[in-house]
Design a protein around this ligand. Structure first.
Ligand code: SF4
Ligand code: SF4
Length: 279
């Protein structure tokens, strides 16, 4: 299987799904519920700003997140919904200055997150499939998301996400089936498993628990990681460039180094800088 280069129109959409925290009002650090046990600084309700979010919407401890073992903060990725909501949907107001609108801003962020998440998988699928009928279906679904996101926030909030999910899921399932191989472990719980240097080409790890599993030096051509839990999974010195259905959140929560090769559309996590891996 070879990933097809997306047309420039879709490349732009894919780039917009990358986070740009400098163009955001720190939405994830306010709008989300956080638990200390998940690697956030404190337990907090949604709608309450994190104590480290400063008046410029920047994180006061950003450079110390690794040292302070804030794994939740390091791993989080909003698929670009933060800057989309801040700059495109609410360009003239923000949750801090316009408290009467903060609830709507946070709710819109949560809806946009889900739409961008689906769009991420649809774009990945678009690069993988050759079937014209499936490609048409994917294009229509992406167009629909883009149209919804061009609307004012009240229309976005009224969008029937559940019904739309029923349109998206069968397409993704059908694509996932095309890549489902018989190379699959019977158990989904593979926590801590040592696969070091194994040939796992074409293996199907979708929805598997791979927390702290060791993939160092494995061959992972066309290996499917759809929805797998990759917290602390070791990908040091490993080529992931042709793995499929990997997301930035999965990569951010795993461990790698400068010898790890990522698919082109993913970014090296800050925690992998200079081989400085948190334990
Ligand atoms: S919501 Fe997204 S863009 Fe905004 S600060 Fe959080 S991760 Fe960055
Ligand atoms: S510590 Fe920083 S990144 Fe984490 S929630 Fe607080 S402000 Fe956001």
């Amino acid at each position: 299987m070879i990933r097809t280069k997306l047309d420039s129109k879709y490349q732009i959409i894919q780039n917009n799904l990358k986070i740009d925290c400098n163009r955001c009002s720190g939405l994830c650090c306010v709008a989300l519920f956080c638990a200390k046990s998940d690697g956030f600084p404190e337990n907090k309700e949604s709608g309450i700003p994190c104590k480290y979010l400063n008046s410029n919407f920047q994180c006061d401890i950003h450079s110390k997140l690794i040292e302070m073992k804030m794994k939740g903060c390091i791993a989080y990725d909003c698929f670009g919904s933060g800057q989309k909501v801040t700059k495109d949907i609410f360009p003239t107001i923000n949750w801090k200055m316009n408290k009467d609108k903060s609830k709507e801003i946070f709710e819109t962020f949560l809806v946009v997150f889900q739409l961008h998440h689906m769009e991420w998988y649809l774009l990945e699928s678009m690069a993988l499939v050759k079937d014209k009928y499936l490609l048409d279906s994917i294009e229509k679904l992406i167009s629909k998301i883009e149209l919804v996101l061009k609307q004012p926030y009240n229309k976005i909030l009224n969008f029937d996400l559940n019904t739309f999910r029923f349109e998206v899921n069968p397409v993704l399932k059908s694509i996932s089936k095309q890549f489902a191989s018989n190379n699959r472990f019977n158990e989904k719980d593979l926590i801590g498993k040592n696969f070091r240097k194994a040939n796992l080409d074409g293996h199907d790890f979708s929805m598997s628990l791979l927390i702290a599993a060791n993939f160092e030096g494995c061959s992972l051509k066309n290996t499917n990681f759809l929805g797998a839990d990759l917290r602390d999974t070791n990908f040091r010195n490993t080529d992931l460039s042709s793995c499929i259905f990997l997301t930035q959140i999965q990569i951010n929560s795993s461990q790698g180094n400068s010898n790890t090769i990522l698919p082109e559309h993913l970014t090296y996590p800050i925690s992998w800088d200079k081989d400085k891996i948190y334990k």
